[in-house]
Design a protein around this ligand. Structure first.
Ligand code: UD1
Ligand code: CA
Length: 451
């Protein structure tokens, strides 16, 4: 029988961030969600999350996970104190307790499984995960007996100079026999440099503790500061781009791109340099994205080509070309074969099949029919200072350069709008509409000036 406890109550003082540490983002996903994902497939009777610092914020992030039991640790007096909070709810439990630090996000599920199996096979009081780190600064050091049993863990700041030369470190991942741990938890003291109650002190109070050493040290990286967060980001970015390259995505320069875990690609996709994906995205077959794009929470159909552009919460059909320098804002739906050109901003608008908005336009809160041609510099004036209003443009309509369409306004289909018009009234189908002063010509004007 297995129960899981994840430690997520700490403030993360060393991050120097207003956000609780376990909510810091790694490849677009919070640290705590990474840790929860890593143990998702394990069969567990109970799953506890120990929360404390800004607990409501942490809980709000995880509302979808209803199998989690939250345990409040208030105040936060250390990792041992955090686990002591389970004593009352787990009084009659008899099985293993897997403890994971909420700031160790790169662990592989298989490694956690190996740890549990090692514990079950050995029948020890506990098995802990260890690694030999080239730079073990900040980590607890693991001291073993001749038989390779763990005798004690001593925190970096409590180590003597000699003890610091030991590079075998504690990964912050433990599988305990709960019965055995339960009996020593009340004996933990705060007799250390930080005056906290350390879970690691339980080790020397138990009779038999084994360790499982991982060889891939990247997996056990803990995050205490912004440097370690950036190091983990680099590792996870490389893992993501390697995964997608194995799936056939062509990255011209993967190290200059960033991906999110929720980003998926179809076949025969090319990603040009300096292109970034955030949130949940799907990029369809044959797309060519970049250089220089930011794509967030968007769905792209097949053969979309986008250069130096930003897409946020957009839905884009097949064969659409975007940019350079387009800004596609939330709520935009662009159907097949449209063309969105340079310096075009689109917000909360539906652009139907085959329409073109090629140059220097703002299209906001609009509904465009099929094969509409928006002339350079056309603006939908959607805001009257208080409310936003809608612009409707029918199929095959052409707006002249520098048209201003003052919403709410409805322009029919097959309409031609003269260049430079500011329209405030609806236009029926098949009409020409223009609003413009008569052009003035004074012949021989300069002659008069010279007198
Ligand atoms: C801890 C280990 C250290 C190990 C390292 C691995 C202890 C005493 N030390 O050190 O041996 O090498 O992890 O990354 O455990 N937390 C609580 N309540 C608290 C304090 C912390 O829930 O009162 C949570 C934190 O939110 C964090 C985790 O416990 O997710 C670890 O705490 P942290 O302070 O980062 O411990 P380290 O100093 O990294
Ligand atoms: Ca830590």
């Amino acid at each position: 029988m297995l129960a899981i406890a994840i430690l997520a109550a700490g403030k993360g003082t060393r991050m120097k961030s207003p956000l609780p540490k376990v909510l810091q983002n790694l490849a677009g996903t919070s640290l705590i969600e990474h840790v929860l994902n890593n143990c998702r497939t394990l069969q567990a009777k109970r799953r506890f999350l120990i929360v404390g610092h800004q607990s409501e914020l942490v809980k709000n992030k995880l509302t979808k996970l209803n199998e989690l039991e939250y345990v409040l640790q208030e105040p936060q007096k250390g990792t041992g104190h955090a686990i002591q909070q389970l004593l009352s709810t787990m009084e009659t439990y008899d099985g293993e307790l897997l403890v994971l630090n909420g700031d160790v996000p790169l662990l592989k599920p298989q490694t956690i499984e190996r740890l549990i199996n090692t514990q079950r096979e050995s029948g020890a009081d506990a098995t802990i995960l260890t690694a030999r780190l080239k730079n073990p600064t900040g980590y607890g050091r693991v001291f073993t007996s001749s038989k390779n049993c763990v005798k004690a863990i001593i925190e970096h700041r409590d180590c003597s100079k000699e003890q610091l030369s030991n590079t075998l470190t504690n990964a912050g991942v433990y599988c305990f026999s709960w019965k055995k741990l339960k009996s020593v938890l009340p004996k933990l003291t705060s007799n250390n440099d930080q005056e906290e109650i350390y879970l690691t002190d339980a080790i020397s109070l138990l009779s038999l503790v084994m360790h499982l050493e991982v060889t891939n040290t990247e997996e056990v990286k803990g995050i205490n500061n912004q440097i370690q967060l950036a190091e983990c980001e680099a590792i996870i970015q490389q893992q993501l781009s390697n995964y997608w390259m194995q799936e056939g995505v062509k990255f011209i320069d993967p190290s200059s791109c960033t991906l999110s875990q929720e980003c998926k690609f179809g076949e025969n996709v090319t990603i040009e340099p300096q292109t970034h994906f955030r949130g949940s995205c799907f990029i369809g077959n044959g797309c060519n994205i970049g250089p220089g794009c930011l794509i967030k929470d968007s769905i792209l159909g097949e053969n979309v080509c986008s250069i130096y552009s930003v897409l946020d919460n957009a839905q884009v059909g097949n064969g659409v070309t975007i940019g350079p320098f387009a800004n596609i804002r939330p709520g935009s739906e662009i159907e097949n074969k449209c063309r969105i050109g340079n310096f075009v901003e689109i917000k909360n608008s539906h652009i139907n099949t085959g329409s073109k908005i090629n140059h220097l336009s703002y299209i906001g809160d609009a509904e465009l029919g099929q094969k509409v041609n928006i002339g350079a510099g056309t603006i939908t004036a959607n805001y009257d200072g208080i409310n936003k209003h809608k612009t409707i443009i029918g199929d095959n309509t052409k707006t002249g350069a520098n048209s201003v369409l003052v919403a709410p306004i409805s322009i029919g289909s097959n309409v031609t709008i003269g260049a430079g018009s500011t329209l405030t009234k609806n236009v029926p189908n098949n009409a020409l509409s223009l609003e413009r002063n008569k052009q003035l010509i004074r012949e021989d004007w300069t002659k008069g000036l010279n007198k």
